[in-house]
Design a protein around this ligand. Structure first.
Ligand code: ASP
Ligand code: MG
Length: 522
């Protein structure tokens, strides 16, 4: 019977030391706690700011130092810190579970050694004697516990889904405990909080869905700490079921945690600190002069996320969207750069073109059939085929007798094609690139399509889709011509000398509209 062992706060050794609101590490009493500056006292009525730091922002000693100075500068804005596991640790933890499932529990545990060492190096560099000793013992406990779990998985692989979450959750537990201790060491009144007491989920291990109870639980834990002018530090990505079993929210889930926590406490802003300066006007590998986009609407951000631009997954910021909380993407290595602010449609600056996005490796499928003419039900049958092959379609264009569709996952293409041939003639083209011009209000701006296509009039364009969403103009080119097309488009919209109509269309990178939430964050 292994389940009771999983209940956090009860039997898990490591977790019992971190009851909500109190760090497992003895914390040096901060000087500020007694003589808090006036600004901080005034901030007590202000809405909190959630600051989430991703794995690369806490990958080593230098990164921890950067985070410390960022938090120090934001100390007056009632910060709540959400942190990912240190860079690379989640991958290693997952790989260790795989190894244990394959029966090699010793090898599984060994995979983690160097990552525990990395934590210890940071602790040695940044903690005083007492808190260092406490952190060393936390690492020891975590190691012992994970070792046991690896053994259980190796002998009973069926137990792996919940045990995997239990193991992987150590990544965020350790980073949050370490960060809380480092902040305290630097005189900031931080408190490590076990995120599992806040984020309540269903039992879908590996990709658990947060439940409504999260709001109440989060408020109960965090509001008293904020009231006492403490800085809560929580691990992202992790939660627990109603029975107290550890869960995780899916890869990259720390952004989701930040949005859930921000929504629960009515944050003023949710900041996602990463290693790029916000969202860029184009992929910098193709366009070295790509600039940070100052303001994006949620809708534009969602369109860009598909192109793998370093934008948040739309699902992860949904809780923020629902509460109308702005989300800012910032660079922890260049904290003075203001990054990109993502706001609701109505608050986004009315600028026509915000970004030139592209995605390579696209396959297009064209189905032509005279049976389509004047008939109904054809599209349903066509989409059923994609459904059966579990293949997602991204762009669709139709004419009277043909339909073109784009897919970015062509693994079941042969079988898919065979089934589509029952409906009509099928032509497939691989190595295509989708290019998308993204900007709120694009559809209502005259002349945009003409400008776009005139700069690439020597490049063969297909599958033009304009108007199905008001925020993008999308088309397909050959992969070999994508780089030149993107560079030229970027040039006319962002780099060229202002065209006479630019003022009218707002095409140039306009400065963000004065925004009363935009006071400097760091
Ligand atoms: N550490 C987790 C991951 O690597 C969660 C996150 O970083 O957002 O997926
Ligand atoms: Mg991440």
């Amino acid at each position: 019977m292994i389940f009771p062992l999983l209940r956090f706060g009860a039997a898990v050794v490591f977790c019992t030391t971190i009851s909500a609101g109190a760090s497992g590490i003895p914390l040096r009493q901060s000087k500020e706690a007694t003589s808090r500056p006036q600004a901080e006292l005034q901030a007590i009525d202000m809405k909190p700011t959630v600051m989430k730091f991703g794995g690369t922002s806490v990958e080593d000693t230098t990164a921890f130092r950067n985070v410390t100075s960022i938090v120090r500068l934001a100390a007056g804005s009632r910060p709540v810190i959400v942190v990912s596991a240190i860079g690379g640790f989640t991958n290693a933890l997952l790989a260790s579970v795989e190894r244990a499932i394959a029966g090699d529990s010793r090898g599984a545990s060994k995979l983690l050694d160097k990552h525990f060492e990395r934590h210890l190096v940071i602790a040695k560099d940044l903690l005083g004697k007492e808190s260092h000793a406490a952190f060393v013992s936390l690492i020891g406990d975590a190691r012992g516990k994970i070792r046991q779990l690896h053994k259980i998985i190796a002998s009973h692989p069926v137990t792996s889904p919940p045990l995997q979450d239990e193991i992987v959750a150590y990544g965020e537990q350790l980073s949050s405990q370490l960060l809380a201790a480092v902040l305290c060491e630097n005189g900031l009144g931080a408190r490590g909080v076990d995120a599992r007491s806040c984020v309540k989920t269903d039992e879908n291990y590996g990709s658990a869905a947060p439940q409504g109870e999260t709001v109440e639980a989060t408020r109960t834990v965090l509001l008293p700490l904020l009231k006492a002018a403490k800085i809560p530090v929580l691990g992202g990505f992790i939660g627990s079921t109603a029975r107290g079993v550890t869960t995780t929210l899916g890869r990259g889930g720390s952004d989701y945690s930040a949005a859930l926590i921000g929504a629960a406490i009515g944050a003023r802003e949710i900041q996602i600190w990463t290693d790029v300066s916000g969202v860029l006007t184009a992929d910098p590998r193709l366009v070295p002069h790509a600039q940070t986009i100052p303001v994006l609407s949620y809708h534009e951000a969602a369109e860009l996320a598909y192109f793998g631009a370093k934008v948040l997954h739309p699902k992860t910021i949904q809780p923020a969207i629902d509460q109308n909380i702005p989300v800012r993407v910032c660079n922890s290595r260049a904290p003075k750069n203001r990054g990109t602010l993502i706001v609701s449609e109505s608050e986004a600056a009315p600028q026509t073109v915000k970004a030139i996005a592209h995605k390579n490796g696209i396959t297009t499928v064209q189905v032509t059939s005279a049976r389509m003419l004047g008939a109904y039900g054809f599209l349903r049958k066509l989409f059923e085929v994609f459904d059966q092959h579990r293949t997602a379609v991204d762009v669709v264009t139709t004419s009277e007798v043909s339909v073109s569709l784009s897919i970015d996952e062509a693994s079941s293409l042969d079988a898919l094609k065979a089934d589509l041939e029952k409906l009509g003639k099928v032509e497939v083209e691989a190595q295509r690139t989708i290019i998308s011009i993204v900007g709120e209000g694009l559809r209502n701006t005259p002349g945009i399509a003409a400008r776009v296509f005139s700069v690439i009039n020597d490049i063969n364009v297909s599958m033009i889709s304009f108007g199905s969403s008001s925020v993008n103009l999308t088309f397909m080119v050959d992969e070999a011509q994508a780089a030149i097309a993107v560079a030229r488009l970027h040039q006319i919209f962002f780099e060229g000398s202002p065209q006479p109509d630019d003022e009218l269309t707002g095409v140039r990178a306009a400065s963000p509209r004065a925004h009363n939430r935009e006071e400097v964050v760091v």
